[in-house]
Write a protein that binds this ligand. Structure first.
Ligand code: ADP
Ligand code: MG
Length: 322
């Protein structure tokens, strides 16, 4: 990875976004982004997670210059997009959500063409290396329109890399991609990141954010509702869940009260979920309480709260508030 001439910005931020607003309608009635402020550390794998329509693509299209913001400030690798448009564009490689490939060019021609467009000196073109990396060498000279969806996705990743940008932005990189290719792409993104590339990706797959990202911001209805390291997001809720299967779903008041004292009891048909905070109540205490109860337990499993639970809680809470 030839990244040397892109020195890390002094404040070590790949991206600084302040008070960003976007309205697509002329009378500024419906916002797509509302006062978004976000710092993305250089060297991170940063996930923008949110449901469809949250504003993720709008955000990254503004960063990459494909959509014009209504107001606010965006600084890419130290370059203000309003003042240093060219430099800020050069600092980014974008893999768009849509599979918009040049159907009449071969993958080889596509990559050569883009290298030329980014003024990469011919002796530094990475076409062969990138085709190899993306498992497309044997398709180098086929028309791109004959490529499968997965191959097109890989070609777009290669295309984003031709000018060796310090930031790569991926918009829903594995949407509609089969499991095997998804794993392969994840491995590749992690490798790129190890080489020093800052990776920003949008996704509505929680699993993707949980697997790949070290920082996660949750976007909902045009606003950032969480922005933390994955670790802190995951430890935030401090919740553990015990699933209990009972032969009969009968509780004595005594048992109910006992359990309610140390956690939250959620009763389904013949299954019970017991939620507790392991920082406040030890697992031993919970097990002892269950053991000493009159409950006829036939099965038992524990579960840590997942990013999915946190995400659902947060978006629900946010939606209730507005
Ligand atoms: P996401 O990528 O999170 O699914 P988008 O950024 O695509 O969300 O969309 C955010 C909101 O902006 C949605 O309500 C969407 O309908 C609207 N929107 C996106 N692109 C356009 C556009 N070109 N013109 C008008 N509205 C748009
Ligand atoms: Mg999108």
């Amino acid at each position: 990875m030839n990244n040397n001439y892109w020195e890390i910005p002094e404040n070590k931020l790949a991206l600084e976004i302040s008070n960003l607003n976007k309205y697509y309608d002329k009378d500024n009635k419906n916002f797509a982004l509302n006062n978004v402020s976000l710092n993305i550390p250089a060297g991170s794998i940063f996930g923008l997670l949110g449901p469809n329509g949250a504003g993720k693509s709008t955000l990254i299209n503004i960063i990459s210059g494909a959509v014009i913001k209504t107001s606010g400030k965006v600084i890419v690798w130290g370059y203000d997009i309003d003042k240093h448009r060219k430099q800020s564009k050069l600092a980014i490689g974008v893999v768009p959500q849509e599979l918009n490939i040049d159907a009449f060019f071969t993958p080889q021609e596509t990559l050569n063409l883009h290298s030329g467009m980014f003024n990469v000196p011919k002796n530094s073109w990475r076409t062969d290396e990138l085709l190899e990396l993306m498992d497309l060498s044997d398709k180098a000279k086929s028309y791109s329109r004959t490529l499968s969806g997965g191959m097109r996705r890989r070609l777009l990743v290669a295309k984003a890399m031709v000018h060796s940008p310090p930031i790569v932005i991926l918009d829903e990189p594995t949407a509609g991609v089969d499991v095997e290719l998804r794993q392969k792409l994840w491995k590749y993104f992690k490798k790129l990141n190890k080489q020093g590339v800052t990776i920003i990706l949008t996704t509505h797959y929680l699993e993707e954010a949980e697997n790949l990202c070290d920082h996660i911001a949750i976007v909902n209805k045009g606003k950032i509702i969480a922005n933390e390291t994955k670790k802190s997001l995951l430890t935030k809720s401090n919740k553990k869940i015990i699933n209990i299967k009972l032969s009969k779903n009968e509780f004595s008041e005594k048992d109910k009260n006992f359990l309610k004292n140390i956690g939250e009891l959620i009763i389904y048909e013949n299954q019970v979920e017991f939620h507790f905070n392991p920082n406040k109540v030890s697992t031993k205490k919970v097990i002892e309480t269950l053991y000493n109860s009159d409950l006829d337990i036939i099965d038992f499993s524990t579960k840590d709260i997942s990013l999915e639970d946190i995400f659902i809680n947060m978006t629900n809470e946010y939606n209730r508030k507005i």
